[in-house]
Every structure is written in structure tokens, then in C-alpha cells.
Ligand binder design. Sequence first.
Ligand code: HEC
Length: 179
Amino acid sequence: MSAHAPQPPQKPGEDPIRPHVFDGIAEYDKRLPNWWLMTLYASIAFAVVYWMATQHFGGKSDGEKVTAHIQGIRAAKLAAAGSYDDAALWEMSRNASIVAAGAATYASTCVACHGANLEGGIGLNLADAQWKHGGAPTTIMRAVAEGIAGTGMPPWGPMLGPKKTAEVTAFVLSKHPAP
Ligand code: HEC
């Protein structure tokens, strides 16, 4: 084997022959076919676009998708349990899908009296650390469900049902630091 063995003669009109010869075998220096090059360039371009789309512009990463999915399962379990103690309500308040559902209920049912940022108005401020009727999650949920007698705070339990009442309570709690 030699890299410097004599070159076989090149015929006119043929592709050039590469300068090495191994065991008497030489190879043509062929241009890669266009379809092959186009496939290569297209896959490079696709990789860049795909990477940008999934990693940089709003596309959720696999980790985020899994977390959202697990939160959805947790949310369904918490809702199915049907009993809401302080710990369950705090946990719900850290669950993005429950908080989003609660935010929708808040926007349709509570916003007129408690304000878009829970700052209060006709109703009390629900975002500060002051609770006139008690700040424990179950106490807040009871105020929402049963209303506050003798004030402008009506009972929402009959209209919303326990699930939505718990969700909107979780949304209010999401504006507060968990213990
Ligand atoms: C029609 C007006 C009105 C609407 C609608 C309303 N509230 Fe109220 N809410 C009030 C008023 C007024 C108070 C204050 C009662 C008082 O003076 O003690 C209050 C008090 C509260 C409190 C007790 C706050 C504290 O400091 O202890 C909570 C919690 C509450 N509202 C949550 C909600 C939620 C959640 C909704 C939506 C499901 C809602 N409210 C809808 C008028 C309203």
C-alpha cells in the first residue's frame, strides 16, 4: 500500500482522480449530487428553525410539558377528593392549572367588587396581609362559600359549587406566600 503510487491516467471528460492510491485502488473526486447537498442544507436549516421555535420562542420544553401534565393530574385528584383542608388549598394555590381556573372564576364573579388586582373597592383588598374575617385557607373558602352575613359579600357556594369555590380560593391564595 502506498499513498504515492503512480496515478492511473485520467481520460478526458472524466471526473478528476484523487491524489492517493491504496492497494492499487484510486477514487474519483466526484461532486456530491445536488439532491444530496439540498437534503443536507435543508436539514441544517430545519434544525436551526426547529431549535429556535422549541427552545427560544414560547414552545414549551419537555420538562415544562411534564410538569404541567403532572399538575393537571394533581388538580384532578384534589378536585376528586372533594374535601379541602388548609394544606390542600395551599397546594392548589401553587398548581398552575387550578390557579388559572380560579382566575377565570374570579374575573367573571369577583372582579366587580374586589378589583382586577384584588385591590378591593366595594369589597375588601384580598391581596394584602390583612384579613378581616380570618386568613386561613379554609376560613377564606368559607367566607366565599357562605358569604359574610350583614355585608355586601354574598354567598357564592350555591352558585359556584365546591370545586369552583375551592379554585377561586386557591387563586386568591396564589397571591400570598405559602407557609
Ligand atoms: C357584590 C360585591 C362582591 C362580590 C361580587 C364579591 N365580594 Fe367578596 N366581599 C364583598 C364585601 C363588601 C366584603 C367585605 C365584607 C365586610 O365588610 O366584612 C367582601 C369580603 C370578602 C372576603 C373576606 C376578606 C377578609 O378580609 O376577610 C373574601 C375572602 C372575599 N370577599 C372573596 C370574594 C370572592 C372570592 C368573590 C368571588 C367569588 C367575591 N368575594 C365576590 C363584596 C363582594
